[in-house]
Structures are given as C-alpha cells and as structure tokens.
Write a protein that binds this ligand. Structure first.
Ligand code: ADP
Length: 601
C-alpha cells in the first residue's frame, strides 16, 4: 500500500502534464496562445496538492521547459524571446508561491488531523468510558472502552435502556440524577451505581455527567464513566475490617475491666479468687497486646518497614520457652513437645517467637472440642522443620489456598472465633524474610498441622553427584537421561523451597540442552513443602525456556502433599509454552503415556 502511494506521487504529476499537453495540442485554436501558462499553472497546483511541494517545484520546472519548447515561438526550440521573459518569470513565481501555499495548507491540515485523532485516541483509550446522549437521553456515541468494562459493543450499548443496565435498587436514584442534569444547562452530577454486564456479572460504575447540550460544538449530555468495582470492594473490606478490629479490641478491654473489678472486691475476702481473676485479666492484656502488635506489623509490612534483627540463636530453646509459657497459661491443655536439643539458626528471635505463638494460639482457638496440641521439631537437609498439630475443626480444601492471604478468615469459623485474619499473613511474611517456608496439612473436622521451615546456620550444601552428561543427583533432585528411549527422568525429593526449585530448574534445562531430550518425566511424588513463590515463574518463564531447548512432552506426577500440588497446579495453569503437559497420580501411567508420545519431524 505504501509502495503504491509512493509511486502514485510521481505518476500523478506525469499524468497531469501529459493531459495538459494533449489538451493544449488538441485545442490550440480555441485556447489561444497565452493559455499554456494558465493550463500548466493548474498542473503545478494539482501536483503540489497531491505530491507535496518538492515534486510540485519539479513539475513547475518541467512545465516551464515544455511551454518554451512546444508552445512558444520559435516552436521546437528552447530559445526565449526577450518579451516573454516577464511572462515566464511571473509563471514561475506564481507557481512557486502556489506550491508553498499548498504545502503550508497541507501541513496545517495534517497537523489538525493528527491532533484530532490523538484527542480521539486519548478519549477512547486513555480515558474511561465516554457516552454522549442527545436531549432525549438517547445514546449517540459510546467509546470502545465500553466492551472492556461491560462486555457490550458500543452499538449494543447504544440500544440498551437504563432499566436494562442499572440494578433495580439503584435505578430510581440513577434516573433522578440523570434527569436533574438534563433539566439544567451546564449542570453536573456524579452518579455511582451497580451495573449489570453482558455476562450477567455486576460492576460498580461511577460517572461524571455534564449537561453540554447548549455548548457549541458538543451539544450533548456527556458522561465520563469509570469502573470503580475494586475501589468499592476495598472500601467495603476496609469498613468491615475496622468494625471487626474495633470489636476485637473491645472484647479484651471489657474482660480486663470486669476481671479487675471483681478481683478488687475479692482481694481481701478471697485472695485466691482474686489471683485467678487477675490471671485471666493478664491473658486478656496479652491478647490485646498481640492484636495491637499485629495491626502495627501489618501497616509496617505494607510500607516495607517491618524490620528484623538477625542473630544466631538456638531455635529449640525458643520453642521450649514458648511452649512452657503456654503450659502455664493453659493448664487445662496438654502440650506434647518433641524437639531436638540444638538447632542454631540465624534469625530474628522475637519475630520467630511471634510465628510459633501464633500457630499454637490458633491450634488452641480452632480446637474447641480438643485440648491436645502436638509441637514437633526435626532437622532435615540443613533445615529445621517445626510443626504444630491440633485436632480441631480443620480447614476445607477450598479454603486452604487462601489461608496465608491478608484478612482471610474461613467463613464458618470467623463467626465463632475471634480474630482478624492477620496472624498467618504476618507469619508467612516473617518466614519469607528468613528464607523459610510455610505450609499446612488439614482435614475438615479432624484438625490441622501447620509446618514451617527455616535454614540452619552453617549447613554447607552437599555436593552433587554427576557425570555432567546423563545423571545428576543432590538432596533435592535427581536427573537421569534414558538414552535408549530419549527421555529425561526428573525426580524431586523432599522439601522444596524457592531456591531449590530455581536451582534445579536450571539444572534440568542444562540436561535437556545437553541430551536433546524432547520428553520429560517429572516426578513430584516425594515432594513436600510449599514452593508457591516460584510457581508463577515456572509457568511463565521455565516452561517456555524448556520449549525453546526442545521439550515437547511433559508427564507430571503429582505430590501427595496438597500445598506442593497447589504450587504445581499454579505453574500448570500459567504455562505459556506449547509443551504438552499431562498430570498423573501414578508413576507407571505417566511413563507409559510419555513413551507413546512422538515428536513430529
Ligand atoms: P485469625 O485467627 O486472627 O483469624 P490467622 O491469620 O491466624 O487469623 O488465621 C487465618 C484463618 O485461618 C482463621 O480465621 C481460621 O479460619 C484459619 N485457621 C488458622 N489456624 C487454624 C487452625 N489451627 N485450625 C483451623 N483453622 C485455622
């Protein structure tokens, strides 16, 4: 297309010159002698208009030669009679002037068109939805943004009445506001209401509506509409949270007040009772302190200001201390503690105490029918694994994946148990900052076990065993190339963290590149732990990289651990490559499927 336009720029003036010359030849008798100047001036104007001032000037020069050669005496020669000098000079000057004027005009037009389309583009793309209506309220223009917001095309939207768009509960208010705008020139109103989208979903839309019916050049009711659904949701969440937080803070304050008043009156007559009451008051003071600290921590996490003081300390003795204080506070509960004597880690003692306290607190809180809590600590592959098990209400599968989100509370439990849904979110942030990890195993009605891991100090990574060509083995992965069938067998072992997943991912890529394997058997059946921090990267970056080095088929055996599977599913869902990935529960099925796959050459 561009090429054609370029060629036409030259062809058009040539065609004009030819036409003019032909006309002049054919009608010399009628047109007379002076006409070549007029006729060729027309040619130069046309050429300048269509092809720009440069080609216009060139055309002028060619026309000048043609006029002199073909139509001025002596014909067939470039000799110019002195009396015609002035005519030729005027002809040239006039054409140059016309060419320059044409150019200026064209430039002005081009600029104004560019500005117009820029404004239109800005209105349609950068701004939110724009709707213009006439004096009867009928839509006369709807910007394309409407499809992104409501799912309707501009044409569909124009045909819809407010009754179809606005939810019934807001309809009356909506109509009232629009009518009040329409009634008065230059009136403006902000209207916020629930709209029903094409797919049936609801969205909060907020529009500034202006009456510009009498404004020259606009003459319409202009609505500038924004999708404010997430803002409204956030506001609602914030209001709910403030309500919940005030309630949570009020309860221990009321308790403290009650217990101290009772203790005061019992202190002389029944000092034992007074002591017990003060003990209960102390529990509430502690709870209040924890709530306030949680709130402060959340705001610090939001602004990235939660600070840590790292030092070497024995995690085992910290766990013992925390459990000891729970034993004193909850004499009616049984705390079973299985720990190793020494687990030196480099961490923030206060913050990890907060994590353990929160887990045990939750274990007590969410087990109204059971009084037994089991706390275990073991050392594995250079990491300390701590678990807190309860036999309480448990968590259903659908809620598990949100459990570490901020403000998340399982619906059914939030009514029965006090809390703000902050503890686990803070704990998971603390563990991330310790290069640690966090996950949970739970069954509704049977109880939950929360796990966390932190790396031990001074643990040097074991060296990998490898021949750099067909096998590789370390504590978190084993890779084996089956040369006969041309596939790579990858087995992930034990606890996986962001670091091990990233490192092993690179190793697999290296082996695929070396062996040119097109099929990968990926076995997660022995994996534990939550490696969800890397699952997005796995789907978006690692799989495409695997595709690039030649992998076409990927048989994926799932783990028995639910959190690990959630991370795997996330990677699977995010997969951006064209590798064919199939998930399996059983290893034999995965291998036999993989071996059936052939690469088309
Ligand atoms: P809070 O307990 O203050 O609501 P958390 O962040 O500590 O906040 O916990 C978030 C949610 O996770 C809780 O509201 C509860 O629904 C669920 N939960 C946490 N621990 C347990 C547990 N041991 N058993 C059952 N549900 C739990």
């Amino acid at each position: 297309m561009r090429q054609f336009q370029q060629t036409a720029k030259y062809l058009f003036p040539i065609a004009l010159i030819l036409l003019a010359t032909l006309a002049k030849y054919s009608f010399t008798g009628i047109l007379g002698n002076r006409t070549p100047f007029l006729l060729y001036s027309g040619v130069v104007i046309g050429a300048t208009w269509y092809s720009g001032w440069r080609i216009g000037l060139l055309t002028n020069f060619i026309c000048l030669l043609l006029v002199v050669y073909l139509f001025l005496e002596p014909i067939g020669s470039f000799y110019i009679q002195p009396r015609l000098y002035v005519h030729l000079l005027i002809f040239t000057l006039q054409n140059v002037l016309v060419a320059l004027m044409g150019y200026a005009l064209q430039e002005a037009l081009r600029k104004s068109r560019a500005a117009e389309s820029k404004v239109k583009l800005l209105l349609e793309e950068a701004c939110d939805l724009l709707v213009l209506r006439n004096e009867n309220g009928k839509a006369i223009y709807v910007s394309p943004k409407v499809t992104e917001i409501t799912g309707y095309t501009p044409e569909e939207y124009m045909e819809l009445t407010f009754d179809r768009l606005v939810e019934p509960e807001h309809l009356e208010m909506f109509k009232e506001k629009i009518e009040s705008v329409m009634a008065k020139p230059n009136e403006r109103q902000t209207v916020k209401s629930l709209f029903r989208c094409k797919n049936g979903g609801l969205k909060w839309l907020e529009g500034d509506v202006y009456n510009y019916l009498e404004r020259p050049g606009i003459n319409a009711i202009v609505s500038h509409i924004k999708d404010v659904t997430s803002r409204i949701q956030l506001e609602t969440q914030k209001d709910e949270f403030i309500g919940m937080a005030s309630h949570e803070l009020k309860t221990p304050i009321t308790n403290i007040k009650g217990f101290t008043t009772l203790a005061k009156s019992a202190i002389r007559t029944n000092p034992e009772k007074a002591e017990a009451l003060l003990g209960r008051s102390e529990v509430n003071i502690k709870r209040l302190g924890r709530l306030v600290n949680d709130l402060l921590d959340i705001s610090k996490i939001n602004t990235g200001r939660l600070s840590y003081e790292f030092q070497l300390f024995n995690l085992s003795s910290l766990i013992q201390e925390v459990v000891q204080s729970f034993i004193l506070t909850y004499p009616g509960h049984t705390f079973t503690l299985e720990t190793v004597p020494l687990a030196i880690i480099n961490g923030d003692r206060f913050r990890l105490e907060q994590v353990i306290t929160n887990l045990i607190d939750n274990a007590i809180k969410y087990s109204p029918e059971s009084r037994s809590i089991v706390i275990k600590q073991e050392l594995k592959e250079g990491k300390a694994i701590v678990s807190v098990q309860d036999f309480g209400i448990g968590i259903s599968e659908e809620h598990l994946k949100h459990i570490f989100d901020r403000f998340y509370r399982v619906d059914a439990s939030s009514m029965r148990f006090q809390g703000l849904g902050l503890g686990l979110f803070i704990a998971s942030d603390i563990l991330k900052n310790h290069k640690g990890n966090f996950w949970v195993e739970s069954k509704q009605g049977e109880g939950s076990t929360f796990f966390f891991i932190v790396p031990l100090q001074g643990y040097s990574k074991e060296l990998a065993v490898t021949d750099h060509a067909t096998f590789y083995h370390n504590s978190s992965i084993s890779i084996h190339y089956h040369s006969k069938e041309n596939y790579l067998e990858v087995k992930w072992i034990g606890i996986q963290t962001k670091e091990t997943v990233n490192e092993s991912g690179l190793k697999i890529l290296e082996f695929v590149r070396k062996t040119k394997a097109t099929r990968v058997y990926n076995d997660n059946s022995e994996v534990i732990g939550n490696w969800s921090d890397t699952s997005d990267h796995g789907g978006k970056v690692w799989f495409p990289a695997m595709a690039e080095v030649g992998v076409s088929f990927f048989a994926w055996v799932m783990s028995k651990d639910r959190f690990s599977n959630m991370a795997a599913m996330r990677s699977y869902d995010m997969n951006k490559s064209n590798i064919l990935i199939k998930l399996f529960d059983r290893q034999e099925e995965a291998v036999s499927w993989l071996l059936e796959q052939e690469v088309d050459v």
